[in-house]
Every structure is written in C-alpha cells, then in structure tokens.
Design a binder for this molecule. Structure first.
Ligand code: SF4
Ligand code: F3S
Length: 107
C-alpha cells in the first residue's frame, strides 16, 4: 500500500506534504510532486497537510485518479528527492481545484 499524489497538485505544488513525511519519500518535478510507492510507509501524515487535498491512499482514490498510481511510481524513479518545504508555484491559488490539469503535467 502507498499514498499517491493526484491531479490537483499539478500547477500548485504547495510542498507542505514533504515536511511531515518521516521517510522523505517525495520526489519533485517542474509542477508536480510524487510519492515513491516502495518507500512510503503508509503513515497517512501527509494527507491532511496538503492544502489542495491532492493526496490519497491508493485504495481510496477519487474516480478518474487511478492513472496517478502509475505516474507516481514512474516519476519517483527519475525525479530528485525533496524534503524541505518551498514556496508554492506562483499561480497555485488560481489553479487549485481546476479540473483537467492532467495535460499540464510537465515531465
Ligand atoms: Fe510519507 Fe507517510 Fe505520506 Fe507515505 S503516507 S508519503 S510515508 S507522509
Ligand atoms: Fe502537491 Fe499538496 Fe504536496 S499540492 S506538493 S501534494 S502539499
């Protein structure tokens, strides 16, 4: 079992999540974060910290967010680790809650 970062993180990237992770298993891309599924210990600490409510347990994903299981696994192997909070993306508030952000994901 793992937790998964889903679509609403895209273009927001608040990074509050990384501060609470006891095993530092977040990885950072240009406009999205992912969780490494083999490193996550399922502690659930990050889920309530995300202002965009983008983090879910893999067995409680909202409808349509299932592709993010594979996206997290794939990109966690190529992106660098992030363990310290930084400023959100400049237009985070504007993008928070928008649907159809999947095609904005930069790899
Ligand atoms: Fe880290 Fe726990 Fe969130 Fe997994 S559930 S990413 S271990 S804070
Ligand atoms: Fe993304 Fe939420 Fe973390 S927006 S960077 S999953 S705090």
């Amino acid at each position: 079992m793992t937790f998964v970062v889903t679509e609403n993180c895209i273009q927001c990237k608040y990074t509050d999540c990384v501060e609470v992770c006891p095993v530092d298993c977040f990885y950072e891309g240009p406009n999205f974060l992912v969780i490494h599924p083999d490193e996550c210990i399922d502690c659930a600490l990050c889920e309530p910290e995300c202002p965009a409510e983008a983090i879910f347990s893999e067995d409680e994903l909202p409808d349509g967010q299932e592709p993010f299981i594979e996206i997290n696994a794939e990109l966690a192997d190529v992106w660098p680790n992030i363990s310290e909070k930084k400023d959100p993306l400049p237009d985070a508030e504007e993008w928070d809650g928008k649907s159809g952000k999947m095609d904005k994901l930069e790899r």
